[in-house]
Design a protein around this ligand. Structure first.
Ligand SMILES: N[C@H](CCC[C@H](N)C(=O)O)C(=O)O
Length: 279
């Protein structure tokens, strides 16, 4: 069976996007892994599947699969590409959408300059909801990793994040410790490991070792989680420029149950057709 796809990227975090609206698409983990293989398939960090909304008043459903094959709850860079995709494919002419995800509804909006702002919903800070195994609620938790201890802040943006502050993001720490934190036993559903360097109260540098994908050039939910963690720690103001290896995002959060707002680019790289591996 052949499969039409659109290759897209948000700050170098790359995706294939599939239209499951005109024709339903069902993929198992092995097929996602094969499609995601950068030598034997198309290659991507995540696969994004567009489906019809399940509830009245919503526009679409948004499903996300890591290149490891597992389905996950959220993808920020993908949400910006999602809006561009459904408009470019003629699935809608709206500039602002209500999109169902596994953990709530998000609201991507096309800006006049072509960038996309996404209302990502409020962060979840209760450890049990991240989920993160902790005896008590705290902004900072010491996390034992081998014979080292790292001070992390656990945040969910629908998907789990463990954020720490480092003096310099450009060291081997991300590749050395990221995989150990990703699969740490205190994160029952594994975790995205964020490493942020505070540049000022309005700017950070960020690298994320992503659950199920490894280090990506940018992570949208990771940028949201890092800014929330920085504000919780009293280190950041309410609107922050997040510099990733793939480029800059703007993240804003007013605290409490206010939604986190993320603004950045979405780019179509090419359209393609692939022979879908047999299930
Ligand atoms: N690896 C993430 C999903 C993709 C998130 C990232 N690509 C983003 O832009 O938010 C997870 O397993 O929760």
């Amino acid at each position: 069976m052949t499969l039409r796809f659109t290759k897209m990227q948000g700050l170098g975090n790359d995706f294939i996007v599939l239209d499951g609206v005109r024709n339903p698409i069902a993929l198992d983990a092995a097929q996602v892994q094969q499609l995601g293989d950068r030598h034997f398939g198309v290659g991507f960090d995540q696969l994004l599947l567009v489906e019809p909304a399940q509830q009245a008043g919503h526009d679409f459903r948004y499903r996300i699969f890591n290149s490891s094959g597992e389905e996950v709850e959220h993808c920020g860079n993908g949400a910006r590409c999602f809006l561009k995709f459904v408009r470019d494919q003629g699935l809608t002419d709206k500039r602002e959408l209500a999109v169902e995800t596994a953990r709530g509804v998000i609201y991507p909006k096309l800006e006049d300059n072509g960038e996309v702002t996404v209302d990502m919903g409020p962060p979840e800070l209760h450890a049990a909801e991240v989920p993160f195994l902790a005896e008590h609620e705290a902004v900072i938790h010491p996390l034992q990793v081998g014979d080292e201890v790292f001070d992390i802040t656990a945040v969910s943006m629908g998907n789990p994040h463990a954020v720490q502050v480092v003096d310099d993001v450009d060291t081997d720490l991300v590749q050395r410790v990221g995989p150990l934190i990703e699969k740490h036993a205190r994160f029952p559903r594994k975790v995205n490991a964020g490493f942020m360097q505070i540049v000022s109260r309005d700017a950070i540098k960020l690298r994320v070792y992503e659950r199920g994908a490894g280090e990506t050039l940018a992570c949208g939910t990771g940028a949201c989680a890092a800014v929330v963690a920085g504000i919780q720690r009293g280190l950041l103001n309410g609107r922050v420029r997040v510099s990733t290896r793939g480029g800059d995002l703007t993240i804003a959060w007013a605290g409490g149950d206010a939604p986190v707002l993320m603004t950045g680019p979405a780019v179509t790289v090419f359209e393609g057709v692939i022979n879908l591996p047999e299930a």
